[in-house]
Design a protein around this ligand. Structure first.
Ligand code: SIN
Length: 463
């Protein structure tokens, strides 16, 4: 194919498939088609839309093994995590198939007998989504499900590294009976498609999951046509272990949040803050758990940690490790790599760093890799100060069985998602999203359908 994206397996560097790059004219035509089909899709009643979304979910469940296989091939994540992601994706469809039936309006008591005041909700229009490579199924489902349920049409530009999952999901949506132009994909350069999406008069909403700098550009570019925007951006999650925490439980949960998807999630614990009185005991348990993790090709059922997505991601992680070591951090396990730059694969073994300090890059930048930096604190107030000293505000975790400490942490951490004795808080029925430079809006839960709706106020007079 002349103009194509080469999708490769990050575990081997091998070519999986070439995907056609859409021309500017094709993308513009797809936007026009999405806009035109909005007229009919938004008029279909919510129960029928729900039935179609439900049929799509059934197709996903029937094709679970194939979808998971595609995800592992293009993203590298262990097959067991990919199977979990297929279920997680379907759970968004299941939730919003129901929520779409509950888009209620309201009547407001009028200030005079001759008037009635009525508020209704209507879909915003064509939604354009840009999704990341780290969850190629779930991040699409989290956007497409509420959009379609609300009555919007949907177009997606999946990440260039992982377009195959989105293509398969859309094939299944069409097989389930969702009309061709109601849900569509386009492929090509992120910059070009981002510009076409934001400039287009047909697109009424941009929804993006990805880095904070790209999110800022999309917000700026959306200003010219005043589009709705939802942004799920970077994170730099603190994980606090209080003096009284159950250390065995905390160590296992910290492993789960830190090493999911080889540390390549926005909600991964990025800074592990442990009370000074238990830092050695916790670290010992945590290292023992980290040593059990198997690194390898995600298709191998034994694998816990797959590859890093690409060389750029690998270089950033290695530079953070080196910077920390230069500034005095001690490596307790890991700092080992299986790399073949020519073939194009990059594996990093789970790495635990001790004696990490505020001067190190890893304490300021998102890592997106399997590296766990541990530092200690003296008081819970100090832990909160360290935790909040970042422009990011996506997820935070803490472990304590003391309700006063827990309440204090919950109330004072400036993060949109908080896990209290819980390293895996994400769920389709709960709001996911960040404060500060981690984003705008929420996905999932009751909140997740609101960004796809406009409020219309009707005042009837002369009664
Ligand atoms: C993300 O990393 O952005 C998504 C993770 C999740 O949904 O739990």
């Amino acid at each position: 194919m002349t103009n194509s994206i080469k999708v490769t397996n990050p575990a081997t560097g091998e070519l999986i498939q070439e995907v056609k790059v859409n021309s500017e004219d094709e993308i513009k035509q797809a936007l026009k088609n999405g806009h035109e089909s909005f007229k009919s899709w938004s008029k279909i009643n919510a129960h029928e839309r729900s039935r179609l979304i439900d049929a799509w979910s059934q197709k996903i469940k029937e094709n679970k093994e194939e979808l998971a296989h595609i995800m592992t091939l293009e993203n590298g994540k262990p097959l067991k995590e990919a199977l979990g992601e297929v279920d997680y994706s379907a759970s968004y469809l299941d939730w919003y198939a129901e929520e779409g039936k509950r888009v209620y309006g309201r009547t407001i008591p009028a200030h005079t007998e001759s008037k009635r005041i009525i508020v209704t909700q209507q879909p915003v229009g064509l939604v354009a989504a840009i999704t990341p490579w780290n969850f190629p199924g779930a991040m699409m489902a989290r956007k497409a499900a509420p959009a379609l349920a609300a009555g919007c049409t949907f177009i997606i530009k999946p990440a260039a590294e992982t377009p195959l999952t989105a293509i398969k999901l859309i094939e299944l949506a069409h097989e389930a009976g969702i009309p061709e132009h109601v849900i569509q994909y386009v492929n090509g350069s992120g910059k070009q498609i981002g510009e076409l999406f934001t400039e287009s008069e047909y697109v009424r909403k941009i929804t993006f999951t990805g880095s904070t700098p790209v999110g800022k550009t999309l917000i700026q570019d959306s200003a010219s046509t005043i589009k709705h925007v939802s942004m799920e951006l970077g994170g730099h999650a603190p994980l606090i272990i209080a003096e009284d925490a159950d250390l065995d439980f905390a160590a296992k949960q910290t492993i789960a949040t830190k090493f999911r998807n080889a540390g390549q999630t926005c909600v991964c614990a990025n800074r592990i803050l442990v009370h000074e009185s238990i830092v050695d005991a916790f670290t010992e348990k945590f290292v023992a758990e980290a040593e059990k993790l198997k690194v390898g090709n995600g298709l191998d059922s034994e694998t816990d940690i797959g590859p890093i997505i690409n060389e750029k991601g690998f270089d950033k992680i290695v530079s953070q490790i080196n910077n920390a070591i230069e500034k005095g951090a001690q490596v307790l396990v890991g700092n080992k790599f299986d790399v073949d730059k020519e073939k194009g694969y990059f594996f990093i073994h789970p790495t635990v760093l001790k004696n990490v300090t505020a001067e190190m890059d890893i304490m300021h930048e998102e890592t997106f890799g399997p590296v766990a930096p541990i530092t200690s604190f003296k008081t819970i107030e100090e832990a909160v100060e360290i935790a909040n000293s970042t422009p990011y505000g996506l997820a935070a975790y803490f472990f304590t069985n003391n309700y006063q400490t827990g309440t204090y942490l919950h109330e004072n951490l400036d993060f949109g998602i908080v896990g209290w004795n819980d390293g895996a808080p994400s769920a389709a029925h709960a709001p996911f999203g960040g404060m500060k430079e981690s984003g705008l809006g929420r996905e999932g839960g009751l909140e997740g359908i609101e960004p796809y709706l406009e409020t219309k106020y009707l005042s009837i007079g002369n009664l």
